[in-house]
Design a protein around this ligand. Structure first.
Ligand SMILES: Nc1ncnc2c1ncn2[C@@H]1O[C@H](COP(=O)(O)OP(=O)(O)OP(=O)(O)O)[C@@H](O)[C@H]1O
Ligand SMILES: [Mg+2]
Length: 363
């Protein structure tokens, strides 16, 4: 018996009215989604994800730094009635980092791996052995729940190393992060329920380390549970923020390492990445080289196009070179998820776009 081929309609073959498709069952590969700023990456991504929602049971997790997908559950008036009705039955959960309305995005510090916790605290388990050990020894007390603030709890202990942790937490402001769950509101519990989509809106935190810590907690959790082999699409918009070639801090290094590892080994566990960014050189080469699918929007830089040609040998030179003159919505699709490499005019969104450009007020 052959596998049923489900075609996701994403628009039209450029210059024609013929429908263009992505093959749903080939989303079990990593995908690179690229184009210069304003070329329409996020819009086009929305077009494809809507089709994934409509026609597959593939759970999607979106790491969304610009709140671009927070309105994915809102169907546009222009969507055909039957499609709109279908979309409204899908389970789309949004967790927000900003104090704005909506349910907050939280993770549990104690559930993060030892290395991740050390990185957040800017402690080295070897070089800062005493202090890091003081954190480990506090674990069972903290899990039981402490009265009042965690900083005060560390300060009250007899152990000088634990008192130093109080100072460290206070100095770095870590105990005050909005990211921390203090109960049963952890986004990883939600992800484990496998709703159709979980949008993790990570861009609105007060501290610049919080979005990275959030992403690390989520990706580490997915990796730790890889043996469950739940097929999942992990979308990382603005992937250069989370997986640059040259990570600096300990948190950034762990995060890039984890993404590179999922890129290299995640496929067989059903962990499939979709990395979206403006330039190929801004994403770690070891993640880039694992992408078997390519969607390319307008790209003026010849240097970037040459790099794409080198990394993605399956993208025909003659089509790549046209990307410099693409207009909005024009996209080159290549790799396993399309029947053949082709130029596409993206279709219209069915759901509302989120985070909008800053508007200039007129006088
Ligand atoms: N195919 C399209 N049809 C209509 N509007 C579009 C289309 N593609 C993009 N746009 C609009 O153009 C603007 C920029 O698109 P988008 O945000 O998707 O670009 P981007 O490539 O993600 O940019 P950035 O790299 O800055 O995030 C948005 O306001 C979007 O609504
Ligand atoms: Mg974008």
């Amino acid at each position: 018996m052959g596998r049923m081929v489900k075609e996701l309609s994403i628009g039209t073959a450029l210059g024609t009215t013929d429908p263009a498709h992505v093959l749903a069952h080939k989303l079990n590969r990593h995908t690179f989604w690229c184009g210069q700023s304003g070329s329409g990456k996020t819009y086009a991504l929305g077009v494809m994800l809507e089709q994934v929602l409509l026609h597959t049971r593939l759970p999607v997790v979106i790491l969304d730094p610009n709140s671009d997908f927070v309105r994915l559950a809102e169907v546009r008036d222009t969507a055909p009635d039957d499609v709109a009705e279908e979309l409204r039955t899908r389970d789309i959960r949004v967790r927000r980092s900003s104090a704005a309305d909506g349910e907050p995005l939280k993770v549990t510090f104690l559930d993060m791996g030892v290395r991740a916790r050390a990185a957040v605290l800017q402690l080295d388990p070897v070089a800062d052995a005493e202090d890091f050990n003081a954190v480990l020894r506090a674990e069972s007390a903290l899990r039981g729940g402490v009265e009042g603030s965690i900083v005060d709890w560390f300060r009250r202990q007899d152990d000088p190393a634990q008192q130093r942790i109080a100072t460290r937490l206070e100095n770095l402001g870590i105990a005050d992060w909005d990211l921390w769950a203090r109960g049963d509101d952890d986004i990883n519990d939600l992800i484990d329920e496998k709703p159709d989509v979980v949008v993790a809106d990570i861009g609105g935190f007060a501290n610049s380390v919080e979005p990275k810590a959030a992403a690390l907690a989520i990706l580490d959790h997915l990796w730790a549970n890889r043996a469950s082999r739940v097929g999942r699409l992990i979308v990382i918009d603005e992937a250069h923020n989370l997986c640059p070639p040259d990570p600096v801090t300990a948190v950034e290094k762990l995060l890039a390492e984890r993404i590179v590892q999922i890129a290299a080994e995640g496929r067989k566990y059903g962990l499939w990445l979709l990395l979206s960014t403006q330039r190929p050189s801004k994403v770690h080469p070891n993640a880039l080289s694992q992408c078997d699918n390519l969607a390319l929007m307008k790209m003026s830089s010849r240097q970037d196009l040459e790099e794409l040609g080198r990394v993605f040998g399956y993208a025909p030179e003659g089509l790549l070179s046209q990307a410099s003159s693409f207009t909005q919505g024009q996209t080159l699709f290549a790799g396993g998820f399309v029947p053949q490499a082709q130029l596409v005019q993206m279709g219209e969104r069915l759901t509302e776009e989120g985070g909008s450009d800053v508007v200039i007020e007129l006088r």
